[in-house]
Each structure stands twice: as structure tokens, then as C-alpha cells.
Design a binder for this molecule. Structure first.
Ligand SMILES: Cc1cc2nc3c(=O)[nH]c(=O)nc-3n(C[C@H](O)[C@H](O)[C@H](O)COP(=O)(O)O)c2cc1C
Length: 338
């Protein structure tokens, strides 16, 4: 495996994409920019890099480095390299209390999916795994193995669902990774149905979705709270991922009520639509999966020049009851024209 590939995959997970507020904003979003993840890389078969465990640091846009913390092979399986996400949860829980644990797991999903997508661009296979015994006593629960044999996340054909075919993205995946930012102000104009279709197609659709399955299968479902989408009446629609279609469950514009349940975050009210992820069976794996789907959603929106932001702050019971969800809400993603 080339060192260049390792650099690109690590960058897609946790690279600095913009300097702001005296620090770095990264390729993956972070609740309140608390950045609880420390990325470690286990190099096994990388040209020009001694086998060992390395700490990844990203100092400025496109400037990053590795610091060796241990030599030798610290991994049983055969692959090129492994990304480990050490969870420094106290960075997030000190701000958000117990809810911070969910945020950290969602962030692991975002970072892991960034790596998986970049690996697929490079023609490499990647898989996300839960760890039983992380090496060197690192507090990491999930990893991404790169270079292992496996199915690549690539072009997928969608069944003939009711939604229109998605338009072409306006930028490459790598450009979207660099450009991705949380956007909270939207123009008061409707979304095209094809745009909503594309965001759903590139983040959630399919029997095999755009992100890898964790053991036990997919756990996250989604619905759309429509305010202004051409060709759709305002209301709530359940999304059928396999059929790539929407089914109306509630009528009327619920975006203001939803925004109130999201602690009054006005971008939820002003968005043309909100995509809400939920799980019928709450678990840590479902939270990681929501992060993986969320990273795809951010990149899909960016590549269509739409704006979105991951919203994790809401009253679970209120969101579930407003939308009549059969499960626990995990994320709200407002969507609109920036
Ligand atoms: C788990 C999680 C929860 C978040 N919750 C909110 C939220 O409730 N409201 C909000 O405006 N932004 C929220 N964000 C977005 C972050 O504030 C944003 O990612 C961070 O400021 C970094 O900016 P960037 O996404 O542009 O890189 C959340 C992000 C994550 C990953």
C-alpha cells in the first residue's frame, strides 16, 4: 500500500479542512467542535513506513503528520493499515453530559465513513469493525481496516422507486470532503424533488446502502419532514430505503414544531426539508451507523451545492411523538439552499 493512500484516507477521516476560531475544523463534523476523537493508524504493509502504531495529527489545511508511538505489528488480520478512533468522550460529555456519548459514537461513524469513501475512490477495500481488544490499551471501540479483501462501496443501481433519478453531483467526492461545512442559513426557496431524491439516494438508499453494514445489519431508518419541496405536499414521509420511495404519514407543515423540539434551532424551521434518522432498536451500533449515514448526507448535500447541518440536540420523546416514529430519533438534518 502506498503512503499517499494512507495519507488520503486518514485525511478524509480527521484531516483539517479549514482554520477557524484559532483551531482546525475537520473533514468530519463534531458536536460543538469538541473533537473527542484521536485518530491512530496501525501501519502493517505501507511502503516507506515502518510497521507500527502512529498518532495522527492535523495541524492546518492539508498539513498533517504521523508520530510513531510503538513499533512492530500490533494487528492480527492481514491488511494494509488500520484506522483506530480513540474516544476521549470527556471532551464532549463535559459540555453535553450523558448525551455526549451518543455524539461521540456518531462522530466515529462520520470519521469512519469518510475513510471508507476515500478508500473506495482509491480503489481500495475497507471495512468498519467493532474492536474487542484495542492494542496498547487505546480507548477505541471501532476501527476501519483498509486494503482487506472485501466488497468495495461503489456504483450501485437503485430499483425503480417513486422518486425521480438523482441529478449528477457538481463536484467529486474529494472536492466535497474539502468543501463540507455545517450550513445553518437557507434561502426561502423550495428544493427540487430530484435534489431530495439525490441526497436520500447517496446517503440511505438500497438493499446495500452507500455505507458499510455493521454486524447485525442496518439499524437506521429515516423520514423526511417536508416544508417546501417541489411536487410534494408539506408533511411527514417515511423513506423506504430498498424501494427508494416516500410514503406520506402525516400532513401539514411540522417544521416549526420540530424546531421547538430541537431546542428552538431556527435552521430546522427554515429548512425546505428535514431528514430525520431514527432506530427501532437503540444501540451504540445504531449511533455509529447514523454517523456513517450522516457523513454521506453532508457530502451529498455539499456536492449538490445544498446546505445541511447535523443536529443532535433535541428532546427524543418530543421528536418521536411529533413525527410518530416507531423508535428513537438519532439525528435531524435540515436541508436547504445555502
Ligand atoms: C454529533 C453531532 C451533533 C451536532 N449537533 C448540532 C446541533 O444540535 N446544532 C447545530 O447547529 N450543530 C450541531 N452539530 C454541528 C457542529 O456544530 C459542527 O460539526 C461543528 O461546529 C464543526 O463544523 P463543521 O461541521 O462545519 O466542520 C453537531 C455535530 C455533530 C457531529
Amino acid at each position: 500500500m502506498e503512503l499517499e493512500a494512507l495519507a488520503k484516507v486518514a485525511f478524509a477521516a480527521q484531516g483539517c479542512t479549514e482554520r477557524r476560531w484559532g483551531g482546525c475544523l475537520r473533514a468530519a463534523p463534531s458536536a460543538g467542535a469538541t473533537y473527542p476523537l484521536q485518530l491512530y493508524i496501525i501501519a502493517l504493509n505501507v511502503e516507506g513506513l515502518e510497521a507500527g502504531v502512529y498518532k495522527y495529527r492535523s495541524h492546518a489545511p492539508r498539513l498533517h503528520s504521523l508520530e510513531r508511538v510503538a513499533s512492530g505489528r500490533h494487528w492480527e488480520d492481514e491488511c494494509g493499515f488500520v484506522l483506530l478512533f480513540e474516544e476521549r468522550a470527556e471532551r464532549t460529555t463535559s459540555v453535553y453530559g450523558e448525551r455526549g456519548y451518543m455524539y461521540v459514537r456518531e462522530e466515529v461513524g462520520h470519521a469512519a465513513q469518510g475513510a471508507v469513501l476515500e478508500a473506495s475512490v482509491l480503489g481500495l477495500s475497507a471495512r468498519v469493525r467493532e474492536l474487542e481488544r484495542p492494542p496498547l490499551g487505546l480507548r477505541a471501540a471501532y476501527c476501519v481496516e483498509v486494503g482487506v479483501r472485501g466488497r468495495r462501496v461503489g456504483e450501485r443501481r437503485l430499483g425503480g422507486g417513486a422518486l425521480p433519478p438523482p441529478p449528477k453531483p457538481m463536484m467529486s467526492l474529494e472536492e466535497a470532503m474539502l468543501a463540507r461545512r455545517s450550513i445553518r442559513r437557507y434561502k426561502p426557496i423550495p428544493l427540487a424533488l430530484a435534489e431530495l431524491s439525490a441526497v436520500l439516494a447517496w446517503s440511505a438508499a438500497g438493499v446495500v446502502r452507500p455505507y458499510p453494514q455493521l454486524p447485525g445489519g442496518y439499524r437506521v431508518e429515516s423520514c423526511v419532514v417536508v416544508r417546501e419541496v417541489e411536487g410534494l405536499r408539506a408533511g411527514v414521509y417515511m423513506y423506504d430505503a430498498q424501494g427508494h420511495s416516500l410514503a406520506s404519514t402525516l400532513g401539514g407543515d411540522l417544521s416549526r414544531t420540530l424546531a421547538r423540539a430541537c431546542l428552538g434551532q431556527e435552521w430546522v424551521e427554515n429548512a425546505a426539508a428535514n431528514i430525520v434518522m431514527y432506530t427501532p432498536a437503540p444501540s451504540a451500533a445504531a449511533e455509529v451507523e447514523a454517523g456513517m449515514m450522516g457523513q454521506c448526507l453532508y457530502l451529498a448535500a455539499t456536492s449538490l451545492r445544498l446546505g445541511t447541518v447535523a443536529v443532535g440536540a433535541f428532546y427524543d420523546d418530543e421528536v418521536a411523538s411529533i413525527l410518530r416514529l416507531r423508535g428513537r430519533p438519532l439525528y435531524v438534518f435540515p436541508l436547504g439552499k445555502p
